[in-house]
Design a protein around this ligand. Structure first.
Ligand code: MG
Length: 173
């Protein structure tokens, strides 16, 4: 995979909450590595009903989930506790180590694990560095992002444009 393409997601949906066990099974996915902020909830918001019921739906269908966050220990721990799933905090995404450790904790075959997140530079690029497929979701609440994340959003713009152009080319081919 070229460096540029490693920033392009393999899948994209408006929201993580569109994922269903049936759709995941179609692609052979049995486990999810989930980002927290702007993927499952607004930045720094606690787990809400949507996140809890999503976790329950996946669990009932035998899809393993865990959260992988660059946030500190307490934020990730309390969020994962509400979802009753394992977690890794201070993951230093896009370093691949956290993703690889997450695959180990999930006890899943890497080819059956899908990474879900809202940021190209951390979630998508990091997943690909670890050899995992990645799904990009729209940020739930971009208005409440921290300043350094807003800077990254600006830097994402040319990559998002390149990704859209490559998709358009692929559709024509
Ligand atoms: Mg995020």
């Amino acid at each position: 995979m070229s460096l540029l393409r490693s920033f392009f997601p393999d899948f994209a949906r408006p929201s993580v909450y569109e994922l269903t066990p049936a759709r995941l099974a179609e692609h052979g996915f049995r486990a999810l590595i989930l980002d927290i902020d702007n993927t499952l909830v607004s930045p720094n918001a606690p787990a809400d009903d949507a996140a809890r019921s999503f976790a329950a739906r996946m669990r009932e269908a035998g899809i393993r989930i865990m959260v992988l966050s660059n946030n500190g220990e307490e934020r990730a721990r309390s969020f994962a506790a509400a979802l009753a799933c394992p977690y890794l905090a201070k993951a230093a995404k896009p370093r691949p180590d956290g993703f690889l450790k997450a695959v180990e904790l999930l006890e899943a075959d890497p080819s059956s694990v899908l990474v879900v997140g809202d940021q190209l530079f951390t979630d998508i690029f990091g997943a690909h560095r670890a050899g995992l497929p990645a799904l990009l979701v729209d940020a739930l609440d971009p208005a409440h992002e921290q300043p350094f994340v807003r800077v990254k959003r600006v830097l994402e713009c040319p990559l998002r444009l390149a990704w859209r152009l490559s998709r358009a080319r692929n559709c024509r081919a």
